[in-house]
Ligand binder design. Sequence first.
Ligand SMILES: Nc1ncnc2c1ncn2[C@@H]1O[C@H](COP(=O)(O)OP(=O)(O)OP(=O)(O)O)[C@@H](O)[C@H]1O
Ligand SMILES: [Mg+2]
Length: 403
Amino acid sequence: MPQNSTTITITEDGITLPITSILTGRGFITGKSGSGKSNTASVVIEELLKNRCPLLIIDTDGEYRGLKEQFKELIHMGQQQESDVELTLDRVDLITDHALLEGAPVILDVSTFETDQAKSIINEVVTLLFHKEKEHRKQFLIIIEEIHEFIPQQGGVDKLAQNIIRIAKRGRKRGLGICGISQRPSAVDKDFITQCNWSVWHRFTWATDFKAVSQTLGTNYANEISTLETGEAFLATDWEPTRRILLKQKETFDEGATPHEADPIRPNFKSDQNELIEQLRSIEGPPPELDPDTLRTELTSKNSRIKDLEHRILELKAELESKPPSSSPNSSTSSLGKNDNNTLEGSMDSIRLNQKKQTIPDSSQEFNPIWEIGQLILYVWREFIHIFLLVLVKIKHIFKIKL
Ligand SMILES: Nc1ncnc2c1ncn2[C@@H]1O[C@H](COP(=O)(O)OP(=O)(O)OP(=O)(O)O)[C@@H](O)[C@H]1O
Ligand SMILES: [Mg+2]
């Protein structure tokens, strides 16, 4: 049932959060594994979706698809069979447009991607959203699971980390909010945590995490945090004093639940955004990635083959010059046979095969050195062209040149 409230309710006993502060703010949901973070995030998302709020979820564990059980307008982009559309870098532009302008809520499931691939997709998403929001200024929330992987406290600050921190610092004025989820607050860039206007702290038991809790909430809460039950948390906001709460359980299918043998088969929820899905599907992905190592190996082998053949051409030329014009074709062929290495034999065979395919005069039965040399030169030339095209395709792919 669509609602039109200014707040969302996140506990059974009626604790609420103001929608605008969540949609355009900076949130942090943290706690040890299994303490209830994803459930909390899902409760917030469900309540926002009931109010038709636009949002985009970066799902690193493939656990938010169950939201489609109730919210058919959600589009799941990923690499799973159940995804509505395959997630590719080329489709990010269109989906961010729709998400912002038409409020189509989106799950970008990067759980099956290599870290680098996932990072480049997320970077594209946050960059596009930040720039598009300069013009549109619509309230919009981006939710990022396992945010410590993208804005680590230690290690190099890459483009993605810079762009996420930029949203945390400057997104609010454009209407762009962010909510990060992490089981390790000590591993998350402090610049992000200090910018947050709301945070939910679930159970912790590690000393390193106590430090992060006491720095943010104070030592009293740090001492108490190991006593929290699953689903319980400290809610810290800019508008009310910190308090201990018990989150309600999410309403939709729990993909993140610990698997049990008796579990039912995962249901296949489909989005109802058929037109958009068709549009997204019509955007072709890039050509298959050409692996530089494979290309390099191929290039080396082709070069060495060309050298072999050039060498053989010289041999044949010398042989031709030293032979009297009357020498019999049979004897020439047999002398060739003795000297040939396997590589050349293979190429000569293929040349002869080509000869047979072409219409050639009766002399095809004889060894004609000039004709053979001509064929070899043609072969070498063809190999050059082949390598040239391979290099051209790679350059085109790397620099995304459209011919
Ligand atoms: N508020 C709650 N009420 C009832 N059950 C809950 C609540 N929060 C969490 N749970 C239960 O605990 C399980 C683990 O919760 P959840 O997946 O949210 O943990 P998590 O902190 O995200 O774990 P991880 O770090 O491993 O992803 C859920 O499947 C759910 O069954
Ligand atoms: Mg989780």
